[in-house]
Write a protein that binds this ligand. Structure first.
Ligand code: SAM
Length: 429
């Protein structure tokens, strides 16, 4: 017999699940919100909401709870942003920063996501395209309030063309980046494409005006090949125009990208054209172009393909870029010493080895773009130990209705800036 119990949700965990503390145990309850009294099964599965939170709303998507995305669509978006801001604040406090200036924040609108990574599956009556499930088969994305309508409109014709491919025998993947030049599609299948498959994809590109369709075998990196290219593939980052490789890292939405760039540019101190900015984890140049308008930039990035694209696009801009694995071979303190400011935008794992070198170099200002509060805490702790203070912080919610949160934090050890900060933070958080 299933046993139930009534509990109160005390907080949301990092994955967006409600937290219950009971009998010395912590349970994570998906679908429950802080302050709610809920009836749950012994294993934490939600049965009934007894007292709903005032911040609870009806999810707008017809696939809510089924497709695996947008688990926080039950929370008012202002409350969602407050929760995300609280997570970043906690990350900074846990790192050792007790005085924080007031934050800025930005939240994207619905239907603005320009980058999707989807699972594809052949089923008896056609093709399913949906999110990669946590141990579950993808659910067909017949509705979506997150992705850009231009991307959503492509899914129906993509189902048809994918169904016609001999190479798609079981499962595959589909990555689409909505670039300045239009959708850039990378399809991966378990089998090699036949010449008939290639023709079908080329016709699809012409019919739907897709500048480029690429393909890879079984998602293996380095096996991408262009199957169809009907127009130049371009992405504009401020003054920089590049031709990126398929499925390159791109900020999730254009407005999110703008908010991140704006926060980074606000964080850097006044620079003259002789100053050096060292940029780490540069990707294809989201920040490099805008930074190169202010000073000379030396950028590092692990993906050789991204670096190639960035180099090709640097016409008239003052930056150099080097391919470097910053975990295995971080840029050393002695080479960072000449930088007026270091800007870093590491992946989810943060920058554990690189941050040691930054802290040791004692660069005056460090602008850190984070996509993971836990990694931010660890890296920021190292900067706190080294005498930095938080000069500015901006929280960016560009993954609406998910638990993901990004932040741009400016750390400083510049005495003039610290003095100004001391005056401005009186009465702040
Ligand atoms: C969050 S993205 C940021 C990219 C860029 N700043 C942007 O906004 O588009 C992180 C970047 O770090 C790169 N990266 C991941 N691991 C790396 C490593 N070990 N060494 C150097 N770069 C790495 C990825 O290729 C990716 O371009």
């Amino acid at each position: 017999m299933t046993m139930f119990r009534e509990e109160t949700i005390v907080a949301l965990g990092a994955a967006g699940d409600g937290i219950v503390h009971a009998d010395g145990q912590t349970l994570f309850v998906p679908g429950a919100l802080p302050g709610e009294t809920v009836r749950i099964r012994e294993d934490g599965i939600l049965d009934t909401i007894v007292t709903p939170s005032p911040a609870r709303i009806e999810p707008i998507c017809s696939l809510f709870g089924v497709c695996g995305g947008c688990s926080l669509q039950i929370l008012r978006t202002d409350a969602l942003l407050d929760w995300k801001m609280g997570r970043v604040e906690r990350a900074l406090r846990d790192a050792g920063f007790s005085a924080l200036p007031l934050p800025r924040s930005f939240q994207t609108a619905a239907r603005t996501r320009r980058r999707v990574d989807l699972a594809v599956r052949r089923v008896a009556d056609g093709i399913v395209i949906g999110l990669h499930g946590r141990n579950a088969a993808p659910v067909d994305m017949t509705s979506c309030d997150v992705i850009d309508p231009k991307l959503f409109a492509l899914l129906a014709p993509l189902r048809d063309v994918l169904a016609s491919l001999g190479a798609l025998t079981g499962e595959g993947t589909l990555q689409i980046n909505l670039l300045t030049s239009g959708p850039d599609i990378l399809i991966s299948t378990l089998q090699e494409l036949s010449s008939s498959d290639r023709n079908k994809l080329a016709n699809f590109a012409r019919l739907y005006k897709i500048p480029r369709i690429s393909w890879s075998l079984d998602g293996k990196t380095g096996t991408d090949e262009t199957v169809a290219q009907i127009a130049p593939v371009q992405q504009v980052f401020g003054p920089l125009t590049i031709s990126p490789p398929p499925a390159v890292f791109l900020q999730a939405s254009e407005s999110g990208e703008r908010a991140i760039v704006q926060a980074v540019m606000s964080g850097i101190p006044p620079l003259n054209r002789k100053d050096l900015v060292v940029e780490l984890y540069a990707g294809c140049g989201t920040l490099t172009g805008p930074l190169a308008e202010k000073a000379k930039v030396l950028a590092y990035e692990g993906s050789a393909e991204a670096v190639k694209a960035l180099r090709k696009g640097r016409v008239g801009l003052r930056f150099d870029v080097e391919t470097r694995d910053l975990v295995r071979q971080p840029v050393l303190a002695k080479d960072l010493g000449a930088a007026r400011v270091v800007v870093l935008d590491p992946p989810h794992t943060g920058a554990p080895r690189q941050i040691e070198e930054i802290a040791a170099a004692k660069v005056k200002d460090v602008v850190y773009v984070s996509c993971n509060p836990a990694a931010l805490t660890k890296d920021a702790h190292r900067l706190a130990e080294s005498g930095y203070q938080v000069a500015e912080w901006t929280v960016i919610d560009q993954f609406l209705w998910s638990a993901e949160v990004e932040a741009v934090v400016t750390f400083t050890r510049d005495s003039k800036r610290l003095k100004k900060l001391a005056r401005n933070t009186e009465g702040a958080l």
